[in-house]
Design a protein around this ligand. Structure first.
Ligand SMILES: N[C@@H](CCC(=O)N[C@@H](CS)C(=O)NCC(=O)O)C(=O)O
Length: 215
């Protein structure tokens, strides 16, 4: 098994899953926009030229959610809850799609595109501000849903938590206002050894890592 990609909230997810499941894997810590995703050999594996990417025997997968879901389903482990019935799958999907769609892509990545990556996608303070407000609205909805619950799925720690915590860290990094109750939720999950190990692996170059992990 080999996992490509380091340095972003998206690359963290499959590494975190692999650590939770106790998998052995080779790691290629290539970063976005370093030229490494544009190499001929990488492009042959994935024309998307994006990280993360997984090869597991004959299986080749892009997309952080798809990779994480595949690993959890294919290498079941008591550390990570996996949905089994159609309703469990749908309920988990309801939250993973929501967190990925509304927080990751529609809010945080939009802030990145028109903030940090302004040289490529065009800068706009107005769009960044609007995406931040949008994130805050949906964080409020998630905080309300999570009242009295320690995990997104009542059955226990799973894929939706990995997605949510990776988005909460990203949101805090971008100065998005995260409700206190979500910070408590996040800090409980961030105490997991697999999270802490995955953060060290994924953000090796990052100077303020302890600050981010500490909450
Ligand atoms: N939907 C994809 C997004 C992957 C993605 O956009 N990765 C970024 C890094 S966070 C990347 O590789 N960017 C390089 C590029 O666009 O050239 C996922 O969740 O894996």
């Amino acid at each position: 098994m080999k996992i490509w990609g380091a340095g972003t909230g998206r690359t963290l997810r499959p590494i975190w899953v692999a650590e939770e499941l106790g998998l052995e894997y080779e790691f290629a810590p290539i970063g976005p926009r370093t030229g490494e995703t544009q190499s001929e050999s990488y492009t042959q594996m994935t024309r998307k030229q994006k990280v993360p990417f997984l090869v597991d025997g004959d299986v080749r997968l892009s997309e952080s959610v798809a990779i994480s879901r595949y690993l959890i389903a294919n290498y079941p482990h008591e550390a990570v809850w996996a949905p089994k019935t159609p309703i469990e799958v749908a309920k988990e999907d309801e939250w993973t799609c929501y967190i990925y769609g509304e927080l990751d892509e529609t809010s945080l990545y939009v802030m990145r595109r028109h903030g940090d990556l302004a040289a490529i996608y065009g800068g706009s303070a107005e769009i960044v501000q609007s995406a931040k407000a949008y994130a805050e609205r949906h964080l409020g909805i998630i905080a309300h849903y999570l009242e009295g619950q320690s995990h997104v799925m009542p059955q226990g720690f799973g894929l939706a938590d990995i997605l949510l915590v990776s988005c909460l860290d990203w949101a805090r990094f971008y100065g998005v206002c995260v409700p206190e109750s979500l910070l408590t939720y996040r800090n409980n999950i961030a105490a997991r050894p697999a999270y802490r190990k995955a953060m060290q692996i994924n953000f090796k170059e990052f100077e303020n890592l302890e600050q981010i992990m500490g909450g």
